[in-house]
Design a protein around this ligand. Structure first.
Ligand SMILES: *[C@@H]1O[C@H](CO)[C@@H](O)[C@H](O)[C@H]1NC(C)=O
Length: 374
């Protein structure tokens, strides 16, 4: 398991300033005109040739997101629509012109609204039952290519202690491109799930449970248009779009988390224009000595060093069974940089070089991290 931070690398500091400035200048629309007419209203009124536009450009477009007091996001809808569509009204939005409508589904539910939450039975209390609880997600439109799942709350039974397989509980996703099976605790994590092209089969999200455990889950399902800027690159299970952030493996916990078996997925970081690489650091672990913020086949009470490389070399320091792959990574502190680079890292200390010293690592080739565990 691992938790690392990433920072995009720039050629000139000035560029960061410009990008931050444009990112924070985004305005939130909240007037009733935006609510009912979307951005079409603005382009209509600001367009000098507005008179020649047909009047039907003023039909409402888009549904804005709103926050419910319970912590969920809802869709801001005209008052009468919320109950008709099976939602839960949760306070006013759009300055009182609409109602924040939250959509929840549990076992057996069918998702027909964007931003619907899949919750455990008895939510927000825990669920102790055995069986399979699943929801079916229908595309809202043939032009939906991905789903984003936000594991707002996610705590089901841990994998078993010997091989770390999810034998008691599982989160399973079917009808999409393959998604690794996970269990344990992963609140705050997300996944992008491929939904295929056109009017394809629905995606089924299941939580399979057995034995006694106080489970809780609340998973938000967002539908992403094929042409959306929010769409993750092909093959990326997780996708980050900020210039710095923190990436962790599923079920990461330095005290009680177990590294999940049979994982094989990519975490991608969108490299913005004018950025030239990414720098990674293992996060500090204040709870354990030796630290466990990076332990990939190095989860032991004895200190395990960095292991790198893989392929056919059966050396002691190679990553043969489990590894994190970061394309052509090098330690950041070597001046001049060493010419050789590594792709795989494992063991108990994060670095691009064999040894006992944790290091900052850079990659200028790839913007993805790939986790493989057997
Ligand atoms: C679903 O909501 C998100 C915002 O949460 C939005 O970006 C996306 O376009 C919406 N999808 C559809 C199909 O309306």
């Amino acid at each position: 398991m691992f938790v690392i931070t990433f920072h995009l690398l720039v050629f000139y500091d000035l560029i960061v300033v410009i990008i931050l400035a444009t990112a924070s200048s985004k305005v939130e629309s909240s007037s009733w005109r935006d609510f009912f007419f979307g951005n079409g209203w603005k382009s209509f009124t600001s367009n000098r040739d507005a008179r020649i536009l047909p009047i039907f450009t003023l039909i409402p477009v888009g549904i804005t997101l709103c926050s419910a007091p319970s912590g969920e996001y809802g869709n801001c809808l005209p008052n009468k629509d919320c109950a008709l569509r099976g939602g839960i009204p949760a306070g006013p939005c759009a300055g009182g012109y609409g109602i924040c409508c939250v959509f929840l589904q549990t076992c057996g539910g069918v998702v027909r609204e964007n931003s619907t939450y899949f919750v455990n039975p008895n939510h927000p209390d825990t669920y102790d039952g055995t069986g399979s609880c699943q929801i079916t997600v229908q595309k809202l439109h043939p032009d939906i290519c991905q789903l984003r799942l936000d594991l707002d709350m996610f705590s089901i039974a841990q994998p078993e202690a010997t091989n770390h397989l999810c034998t008691q509980d599982q989160l399973l996703i079917s009808g999409s491109s393959p998604v690794p099976t996970i269990c344990g605790s992963s609140s705050g994590d997300h996944m992008y799930v491929d939904a295929g092209l056109g009017q394809s089969n629905p995606i089924v999200i299941s939580v399979i449970t057995s034995g006694t455990f106080p489970r809780i889950w609340r998973i938000r399902v967002t539908q992403i248009h094929c042409g959306s800027i929010n769409r993750a690159d092909q093959g990326c299970l997780q996708y980050y779009t900020s210039i710095s952030g923190r990436v962790k493996s599923f079920n990461f916990n330095t005290v009680s988390g177990r590294q999940l078996s049979n994982q094989d997925y990519s975490v991608c970081i969108r490299t913005e224009r004018n950025f030239c690489g990414i720098q990674y650091n293992a996060c500090p672990d204040l709870e354990n000595n030796p630290p466990r913020s990076f332990t990939i086949s190095g989860n032991s009470n004895e200190e395990v060093g960095t292991m790198v490389g893989g392929g056919t070399q059966m050396t002691e320091d190679a990553c043969i069974q489990d590894w994190l792959l970061i394309g052509c990574m090098r330690s950041a502190d070597r001046i001049p940089p060493i010419s050789a680079c590594e792709d795989r890292v494992c063991g108990g200390i994060f670095s691009a070089e064999i040894g006992m010293v944790q290091k900052t690592v850079q990659s200028r080739l790839s913007s993805c991290i790939h986790l493989h565990t057997h």
